[in-house]
Design a protein around this ligand. Structure first.
Ligand code: WT7
Length: 642
């Protein structure tokens, strides 16, 4: 495949950028020409940020899987679409060519249909990183069902909440998943999530670990049995459902500063266009390159840059089941050597954790196939950036620092590999079609360079969040109401003398722990579920490897932790257990400090600013504490800091 919209030099970047801002409809329709449509659009763009209403390519008909699969069959049928590397390096890897992946997706589309899945139905997918996960996602898209992938690290309670919110009637899962030394019994977590659930009709279970599972008659079916039925009938094709450009493609739950996670909704055409466009341009993908994105498909990075973007571009995408440190900390380098990977896309937290093992695990692996390196998920510190550059890229691979969010669907700010300049810890310049601005607390635009502010986007790009599932008002208040007529990202940023953006981190109550997004309110709610906890306050603090760690201040029963229920250490473990049950192990606080009170204003609001400073190790300049109800509590908290 060739990419007529691939940017070839910096002059073209500036030209395309200007064109895209001056006339977005002209720009994006010229990109859209290079996709497969069942029917072309009536109107390219119709929008207002007030409601918000965002419609791209209204009236067009398509199916994203025809773009990811069917259109490649003729020329790339025998080219690897998906390379799968198992958790255990001694187990054989799998390669699915475009033809093979097409057949598998079609077969599983029949399975979905045979089990009652129709266009618009919500299908929850809870699986490990195996090819069947990719197949399930694409098959949902093919039949027009809305997939909602839930990361394998979330607890039964989290799944139950998401199933309920999405009113999902179907689940696709596995018996278990391998992650490093661990076997995670996914089906048994699903069984717990389904206690009391009256909505789910069918659970399709594939075999991976052959962990014993309970299969309930009438509800649970085996993936393999269902496929057999389809095979017996000799069905290898499945006509792709005709979708409207604006029909929802998927829901992906993500944390915010308040309440339970919200279901971010992306729609078919705009998401397809923008993920493909950004994949081809940011990584400068060339036909035949092997692209290795280390994210889990349970997060947006996996959706956009393991599956949809690369496959729509006819790329070869590598999917890895395991973890970077097992059986040793050289696993990524081993995979790069084994498959001659050309593009590596990973998270700063992974780089920092691997840095900690020294250069030993890097040596002995041939990394010369690498051409482009990428990072995503959190700000990258300069030390990690230079280590990545020197020891992995051997100073010959451009590093793209890609800033984006679940809500943005694809990369909004990033350098383009080898085309536009990089600068350590800077995401640099916006992609064509993206109009970032900085505003002060009052929403007034901060103009010029060498300035900082809250990062907003002025107009829609094709994969802008469309709504939050079943609650459009929540979408409006979260993203479009803080500053009128702007999409607010929740991030702070600065713009240097060249107009390059540096993302400085969240300015709301959202934490970024190892690249995972966690709301402080969510963790507090989980901690408060513990019977003896009176109140808690959670803030982030700088953590060498995770980027941010979770610091919890907890009022436990009557003021202190040394009581009849055991030592402070025991109680901390109980709290961990509670959080693991309510959210998942990823949300366990790194530090729990027992306190007798929390710094509150007279109106009862917790002053997190003060707690944040204490957690960060600041003791002197805590700012104005005169409005506190009981300033004495601050001294106690400071003295008890962990
Ligand atoms: C938040 C979004 C986008 C995929 C993974 C995370 C932070 C993301 C960068 C970057 C600095 C970054 C932001 C953003 N973030 N990429 N390159 N530099 N910060 O998706 O879970 O939706 O989180 O991650 O704070 O708002 P997410």
């Amino acid at each position: 495949m060739s990419y007529p919209y691939q940017i070839k030099n910096i002059e073209q970047y500036h030209r395309d950028y200007t064109r895209s801002i001056d006339d977005p409809s002209e720009f994006w329709s010229s990109v859209a020409e290079h996709f497969t449509w069942k029917k072309k659009w009536d109107e390219v763009l119709n929008w207002n940020f007030k409601e918000p209403k965002i419609e791209w390519f209204k009236g067009a008909k398509l199916n994203i899987t025809e773009n990811c699969l069917d259109r490649h069959l003729e020329k790339l049928g025998d080219t690897p679409a998906l390379i799968w590397e198992p958790n255990d390096p001694d187990e054989h890897h799998r390669i699915l060519t475009y033809k093979k992946l097409y057949e598998k997706v079609c077969q599983f589309s029949h399975v979905l249909k045979n089990n009652g899945v129709k266009k618009g139905d919500r299908v929850c997918i809870y699986m490990g990183m195996i090819p069947e996960l990719a197949i399930a996602v694409l098959a949902c898209a093919r039949v027009g069902a809305i997939h909602s992938v839930v990361f394998g690290g979330f607890s039964a309670q989290s799944i139950a909440d998401r199933l309920y919110d999405a009113q999902a009637e179907f689940i696709v899962t596995c018996d278990g998943a391998y992650r490093g030394q661990k076997d995670i019994p996914l089906k048994s977590v699903i069984d717990d999530a389904l206690i009391g659930n009256r909505i789910v009709k069918k659970v399709i279970v594939t075999t991976r670990t052959r962990t014993p599972v309970s299969m309930i008659k009438g509800r649970d079916v085996w993936w393999e049995d269902e496929i057999k039925k389809v095979e017996t009938l000799g069905l290898t094709d499945f006509p792709a459902e005709e979708m409207d450009a604006e029909d929802p493609l998927f829901i992906l739950y993500t944390s915010g500063s308040t309440g339970k996670p919200k279901g971010v909704v992306h729609s078919c055409a705009g998401y397809m266009l923008f993920t493909t466009y950004t994949f081809v341009n940011v990584f400068q993908y060339k036909q035949g390159d092997i692209h290795f994105c280390t994210a889990d498909i349970g997060w947006i990075t996996g959706h956009s840059y393991i599956l949809y973007g690369p496959l729509s571009a006819g790329a070869t995408t590598l999917m890895f089941e395991g973890v970077p440190t097992w059986p040793d900390a050289g696993r990524f380098w081993n995979i790069i050597d084994k498959f001659k990977v050309n593009i590596l896309y990973t998270a700063p937290t992974a780089i920092r954790s691997l840095m900690g093992f020294g250069l030993g695990p890097v040596h002995g692996h041939d990394l010369s196939s690498l051409k482009v390196l990428g990072t995503v998920g959190e700000p990258i510190n300069e030390e990690a950036w230079h280590w990545y550059d020197e020891h992995i890229g051997k100073k010959k691979c451009p590093i793209v620092d890609t800033w984006w969010q679940t809500e943005t669907g694809g990369i909004l700010i990033s350098n383009l590999a080898g085309i536009t300049p990089s600068k350590p810890s800077y995401a640099t310049l916006p992609l064509p079609g993206v109009h970032p601005i900085l505003v002060d607390e009052n929403g007034k635009e901060v103009e010029g360079n060498n300035v900082s502010g809250n990062l907003c986007i002025k107009s829609p790009w094709p994969s802008t969040i469309r709504t939050t599932y079943d609650d459009h008002e929540r979408c409006r208040t979260n993203y479009f109401a803080t500053y009128p007529e702007l999409y607010f990202t929740g991030d702070g940023a600065l713009r240097d003398e060249n107009g390059f953006y540096r993302i400085t981190g969240r300015v709301d109550d959202v934490l970024n722990v190892s690249g995972h997004r966690i709301g402080t309110a969510e963790v507090e709610n989980a901690i408060n579920m513990h019977a003896n906890v009176v109140e808690s306050a959670v803030v982030g603090y700088p953590h060498d490897i995770k980027g941010q760690g979770i610091y919890a201040f907890v009022i436990y029963q009557g003021s202190h932790a040394q009581n009849t229920h055991g030592t402070a250490e025991m109680i901390r473990k109980d709290i961990h257990q509670t959080v693991t049950r309510i959210i998942g192990a990823i949300a366990k606080p790194d530090k729990i400090q027992f306190v007798s009170g929390l710094p509150k204003t007279r109106s009862g609001k917790i002053m997190r600013r003060i707690l944040r400073k204490i957690a960060e190790g600041e003791t002197e300049n805590l700012g104005d504490t005169s409005t506190l109800l009981d300033p004495g509590v601050v001294e106690e908290i400071k003295n008890g800091k962990l």
